[in-house]
Write a protein that binds this ligand. Structure first.
Ligand code: ATP
Length: 317
C-alpha cells in the first residue's frame, strides 16, 4: 500500500504537486493519469525518496522509503529507462543491484527470463533499443520480488507485442495481491489495464475512482441513426420528446434513448432506416479533449486553467 497525505512539492514559485491525498491499494492496478507536466513523475520520485516533499507525507507499507531495509524487496520501480551504465551488460547491471540489496544471483536469471532479455543478457546496455531498455528497467523493478511495483510510463518505446506483454504482466502482478501503480498520459492504455484511476492536473487531485465508475461518468453513449427520410425522422423523435443532434455525414445522434426505442418509433411510422447503431464515445476522446482545451487555453491567454475547472468538467462529464 502507498499512502499520500497532503503531499506537496514546490520548485520556487512552481507548485508541481499540490496537497495530494490518496491511497494506492494492493490487489489491483491503479492508473495514475494526467497531462504532461501534471506532476506524476514528481509524485513518484517523492514516493521513492528521490525528492523531498515541501510538506505532507508519503508512506510505503506504513514506512518512509528511506527507513526501508533492502528497499528493492519492498518496492520496485521503473522511473526512466536510463540509470544503466552504458558499458555494463544487462546481467551485470542486475547483479550489481541484486548484490547491493541482498538478493540471490539466481533471481537475476529469473527476471531476465520474465522480461525476455535472456538472449541479450551479456550484451552492453549501450546497444539496447528503447524497448529493450524499458524491459531491463522492468527486470530491475521485479528483482527483489517486491509487494509494491511502480511504473512511470512503462509502455514508452515498446512495440505492440511489448505493450500487450506489460499489460498482462501488470494485471498478473496485481492478481498475486501486489500493489501496482502505473502512470500514463494515455487514457486508452489505462482503460485496458487499470482497475482504479487517480487523475491529477496541475499537481492537484481531480479524480480518485474505480475505472467502472469513471467510464460511466465520462463516456457518452448515444444511438447513431441514418435515414433517407431524415426530416420526417427528426419530427418523429421530437414529437416523442427525444433529443437528436447532427452527426457526421448526415447522420443523427440520439441521446438518452435506446436503439430499440428509436427503431420501434421509425417502424410504426414506416420511416426507412439505413443505420441504427449504439455508440460509445471513447475515454481517450474525453481525455484528449480536456487536455487539448487546457493546452489551448494556455497558448491563447498565457493564463493557466485552474485545475478545479478541469476537474469539474472531468468529473461531471
Ligand atoms: N527539478 C525541477 N525543477 C523545477 N521544476 C520542475 C522540476 N521537476 C519538475 N518540475 C516541474 O513540475 C511540474 C510537474 O512535472 P512532472 O515531470 O512531475 O510532470 P509529469 O506529470 O510527470 O509530466 P510528463 O507526463 O510530461 O512526464 C512541471 O511543470 C515541471 O516543469
Amino acid at each position: 500500500m502507498i499512502e499520500l497525505e497532503g503531499l506537496t512539492k514546490r520548485y520556487g514559485e512552481k507548485v508541481a504537486v499540490d496537497s495530494l491525498t490518496f491511497t494506492v491499494r494492493p490487489g489491483i492496478v491503479t492508473g495514475f493519469l494526467g497531462p504532461n507536466g501534471a506532476g506524476k513523475s514528481t509524485t513518484m520520485r517523492m514516493i521513492l525518496g528521490l525528492d523531498h516533499p515541501t510538506s505532507g507525507d508519503v508512506r510505503v507499507d506504513g514506512t518512509h522509503y528511506d527507513r526501508l531495509k533492502d528497499p528493492l524487496t519492498n518496492i520496485g520501480a521503473l522511473l526512466e529507462a536510463k540509470g544503466v551504465h552504458p558499458g555494463r551488460s544487462a546481467y551485470n547491471h542486475l547483479l550489481w543491484l541484486a548484490q547491493s540489496n541482498g538478493i540471490p544471483e539466481r533471481r537475476v536469471r529469473e527476471v531476465l527470463d520474465t522480461v525476455g532479455l535472456t538472449t541479450v543478457a551479456r550484451k552492453k546496455a549501450k546497444g539496447f533499443s528503447l524497448g529493450m531498455g524499458q524491459r531491463l528497467g522492468i527486470a530491475a523493478a521485479l528483482l527483489g520480488d517486491p509487494r509494491i511495483l511502480m511504473f512511470d510510463e512503462p509502455v514508452n518505446g515498446l512495440d505492440p507485442e511489448g505493450i500487450h506483454w506489460i499489460r498482462t504482466l501488470m494485471k498478473s502482478l496485481a492478481a498475486q495481491g501486489r500493489t501496482v501503480f502505473v502512470s500514463s498520459h494515455l487514457m486508452s492504455e489505462m482503460a485496458l489495464t487499470a482497475d482504479h484511476l487517480v487523475v491529477i492536473g496541475q499537481g492537484r487531485l481531480l479524480a480518485d475512482t474505480s475505472m467502472a465508475e469513471f467510464i460511466e461518468r465520462n463516456s457518452r453513449s448515444y444511438v447513431r441513426v441514418r435515414s433517407p427520410q431524415r426530416e420526417l425522422l427528426l419530427d418523429l423523435l421530437h414529437g416523442a420528446g427525444i433529443t437528436a443532434v447532427d452527426g457526421v455525414d448526415g447522420t443523427l445522434e440520439v441521446d438518452g434513448s435506446s436503439a430499440e426505442t428509436v427503431g420501434d418509433l421509425a417502424a410504426r411510422s414506416g420511416v426507412v432506416l439505413h443505420e441504427l447503431s449504439p455508440q460509445q464515445a471513447s475515454l481517450e476522446e474525453a481525455f484528449m479533449q480536456l487536455t487539448a482545451e487546457s493546452v489551448e487555453y494556455h497558448a491563447h491567454t498565457g493564463a493557466p486553467v485552474p485545475p478545479q475547472q478541469w476537474g469539474d468538467t472531468w468529473t461531471k462529464g
